[in-house]
Design a protein around this ligand. Sequence first.
Ligand SMILES: [Fe+2]
Ligand SMILES: [Fe+2]
Length: 377
Amino acid sequence: MAPITQDTLTPPKVCVVTKNEEHGKLYMGALRRQFDISLFADASQAGDEIAQARPDVILVETEITQGGRIGWLSPDWARFKGKTPSFVFIAKKGEGFGDLMPRFGKGGRYLTWPVSAKSVTDAILDLISGEAEKAWDDLPEKHKKPLKMTVAEYQSISDHIAKGEPIDCNAASDSCAPLAEAVKQGEHHSLLHMVQSHHNYTYVHSMRVATLLTLFGHAIGMKGDDLIILSAGGLLHDVGKMITPPKILDKPGKLSEDEWPIMKNHVIESITLLDRATDLTKGARIIAEQHHEKLDGSGYPLGLKSTELNELARMSVIADIFGALTDRRSYKPAFPSEKAFAILEDMNGAVDQNMLALFKDIFLSTQPEEMSAQLAG
Ligand SMILES: [Fe+2]
Ligand SMILES: [Fe+2]
């Protein structure tokens, strides 16, 4: 398998160049949780330091671009030692981007004041995710295909939702076929790791839950369409989060009493969106509707209890919680699998412990030694 490096698990590096102290504070406040961020006030002095830092993204206010030029940085990209950064350019209101747009094209994002923390963060994440997707082109087919097809499908689902069109569940199933194949070949641990270089968190989480569910299903003997239903159910299980306001969805701290019901409502949103499709499978609907239910009735939205949760619901609860715990977020590192299992084992009464023991055995017995050692270290 491909070497597992820590690169994808360290926060992306962002260099911010602004002469405006107040703007600098705003960028730092908005970006420091998610990125490894350095602030530079003087571009002409900063060039060498920025090149040495080898950032993923450089954020520059256009007033220091010398009329749309960044001669203090380019064109000597060799200084960046093979890692060409992407750019976010921010112009003052009423001022343009000079010749930056024609020169940088899609390699840049162009914002005009006033900017919000969200618009700056989104621009950076968009660039980093684009780079991650480009890097997937160089992976072996067995990894490239499941990643590329599921990310394209997730984008297509998002486009359908934005246009008010029903989700094409058959297309979601088709996009999961290479994923199911990769799981059968034992490539799931690599995929669970590799997908984290993307920065659309809902996609990353959904793809990982799809992978975990497929692994679970395959190991207990599910095949063919049944296995694909499980994969597609995982990919679609949180589509309602595309409706959830990002300030709640991506909130780094605890949600307030007012925010929790909005967060929980993603399940209702998912079901509303999925029920509009003409080709929704029963299995995918159960996964979307019941992955937050608990055996003791403390879950949501239905508050189902014990035998009201069938096998599929119980599997999706485990895959969803385990997937979330082992994901890296802006406010928490990825928990090692052992810690995630310990947390799930503490949820005795809420989570099916027999199924959990089975899943733990499947997951750990297929984990490559190389990865176990790295995660432990
Ligand atoms: Fe959910
Ligand atoms: Fe989820």
